[in-house]
Design a protein around this ligand. Structure first.
Ligand code: FES
Length: 96
């Protein structure tokens, strides 16, 4: 967790396209073992259908695409706890 900064929020899209690609399990993985200071939100369509499950981390606006439940622990540990977004998993459209 980043101390002294505004709280983080992870939005996990749960709209139709992302749900078809397994977004419910991704959300469940984020909700398991909560991290203090990090909110997990079920989100409406994030406008990037077909690239899901989409995950958006705020306030830094870091986007992850095609996230699998198995990858969630890495996002939690490396990004949310240690503050280092995982470059190889970023959504290239916004993180070219
Ligand atoms: S359904 Fe997830 S981005 Fe549109």
């Amino acid at each position: 967790m980043r101390i002294g900064l505004e709280p983080q929020c992870v939005r996990v899209c749960q709209n139709k396209s992302c749900r078809k690609l397994g977004a419910a399990k991704v959300l469940a993985a984020f909700q398991a073992h909560p991290i203090i200071g990090v909110e997990i939100e079920s989100s409406r369509c994030l406008g990037q259908c077909g690239n899901g499950p989409m995950v958006l981390v705020l306030p830094e606006q870091v986007w992850y695409c095609r996230v699998s439940p198995e990858e969630v622990d890495a996002i939690k540990t490396r990004h949310l706890i240690n503050g280092r977004p995982i470059q190889s998993m970023l959504y290239r459209k916004f993180h070219g």
